[in-house]
Design a protein around this ligand. Structure first.
Ligand SMILES: Cc1cc2nc3c(=O)[nH]c(=O)nc-3n(C[C@H](O)[C@H](O)[C@H](O)COP(=O)(O)OP(=O)(O)OC[C@H]3O[C@@H](n4cnc5c(N)ncnc54)[C@H](O)[C@@H]3O)c2cc1C
Length: 387
């Protein structure tokens, strides 16, 4: 049995990011949310702090840390600003991590130092208009000829794909067909690196989202995009499996972000319940309010233990897929439930966008959808149970 006390290094990192989140991020969060503007100045400061390089080796410009260090940072950012947290999450765990995990030496040399520095961002192009939860239904094609891949298709909802510093999107594409032992045929899906300055690549108009307004999300068009054959990432035909394994890890990161949001709602509610009075006393004195906040704390705490456990298993080299799915599901639900309860504690002010809890209310819904919906997590858990 291990305890869940943070080591000194983890604690220092968590405290440092917490201070940055409170002092630098929080003061401009409402503005970026209202203006739907990408927080370039915050991203640049996170880059200077080394946050985009946290889990990557020093030889590739990283900080030599690990995935739990990334998760702790995401929790602290998620408390105050989910858009900033998802920008980091997607930049590291979806954008750069596939190259770290599956890239050859030349690809790592070319891309990792740049992405780990935070001076450039990469996107993860899996989802398509007709392939979300069922991402194997990808219709984008990549045909090899004359030493080049020619890619055609559309991607949907791709985070960090259209900022001024986005340099790369890795896309899944059908590169052929494989015959199964029983004679049936299945799609061969591979992943290919597409620099965003390649002719025929276009990030279309940004979505008008319910939340995560300061995060960058676009549909992508790939119209006869030519890239060199060497841009294949990992083994041909393993692209879908490789991307699913990236999502297994990513669920720990998203869970951490969601725990941050859930905890942010608790912290804001405690403060407000001590200040706001009604009928002659602070509203926190009413058991209806105190119990609501106590339940919120219990949700945040249990979801945190779930992601700590999944991360510990991952770092120890043990199977963690089911635990990551559980953590992602309970943390996403904790964030959504806590955001709903926090806005209730704030009364009418909870409905005013200037208040962090109102932003959490809009932002948290996607935590039950992105990187695998709640139903997809339940499918993974049920499958593990043999159902
Ligand atoms: C803001 C934002 C950022 C995103 N960033 C990225 C990104 O960077 N890269 C990327 O590739 N994608 C990204 N996505 C896409 C996201 O991962 C998908 O939206 C998500 O996986 C769900 O896919 P879908 O929207 O196609 O919904 P669908 O798969 O069509 O699902 C619709 C509903 O049906 C349910 N459902 C589907 N299949 C089953 C089943 N077998 N059993 C029970 N219920 C089922 C789902 O749970 C859901 O409730 C992003 C999405 C958003 C909104």
């Amino acid at each position: 049995m291990t305890d869940f006390e943070l080591s000194e290094d983890y604690q220092i990192l968590s405290d440092t990011v917490r201070e940055f989140a409170d002092d630098v991020v929080a003061p401009v969060s409402a503005k970026h949310d209202a203006e739907h503007s990408f927080p370039y100045e915050i991203v640049s400061q996170m880059a200077d702090m080394g946050l985009f390089g946290l889990p990557f080796p020093e030889e590739f410009g990283g900080m030599g840390g690990d995935y739990f260090a990334l998760a702790l940072s995401l929790e602290q950012l998620g408390r105050v600003d989910q858009s900033v947290a998802i920008t980091l999450e997607a930049g590291v765990s979806l954008g750069a991590m596939p190259i770290h995990r599956f890239g050859n030496d030349a690809q790592k040399q070319e891309w990792l130092p740049l992405l780990a520095s935070g001076k450039a961002l990469a996107g993860f192009g899996l989802t398509e208009p007709e392939a979300g939860s069922d991402a194997g239904g990808t219709k984008t094609t990549a045909k090899l000829g004359g030493g080049e891949w020619v890619i055609n298709g559309n991607k949907e909802f791709i985070t960090n794909s259209g900022t001024d510093i986005t340099k790369l999107v890795t896309v899944t594409a059908v590169t052929g067909q494989e015959e199964r032992p029983d004679g049936s045929v299945k799609k061969e899906i591979s992943t290919i690196l597409v620099p965003t300055n390649t002719k025929g690549f276009k990030a279309e108009k940004a979505y008008n989202k319910v939340g995560w307004n300061a995060s960058d999300t676009h549909p992508l068009t790939l119209d006869n995009v030519h890239v060199p054959e060497e841009n294949l990432l990992g083994t041909r035909g393993r692209g879908y499996a490789n991307f699913l394994s990236i999502l297994d890890e990513g669920r720990i990161a998203i869970a951490a972000l969601a725990v941050g949001a859930a905890q942010g709602c608790v912290d804001q509610s405690v403060k407000y319940a001590k200040e706001r009075s009604a009928f002659g006393q602070n509203i926190g004195k009413y058991q209806a309010i105190a119990f609501k906040i106590a339940r919120m704390e219990a949700r945040a705490h249990t979801a945190r233990l779930a992601y700590y456990d999944a991360a510990a298993r991952m770092l120890a080299g043990k199977p963690f897929k089911t635990q990551a799915a559980i953590a992602k599901m309970v943390a996403g639900e904790a964030a959504m439930d806590n955001a709903r309860d926090a806005t209730q504690v704030f009364g009418g002010y909870g409905f005013i966008n200037d208040f962090t809890v109102a932003r959490h209310y809009r932002d948290s819904k996607i935590l039950e959808v992105g990187e695998g919906t709640t139903e997809v997590q339940l499918m993974l858990i049920a499958r593990e149970l043999g159902l």
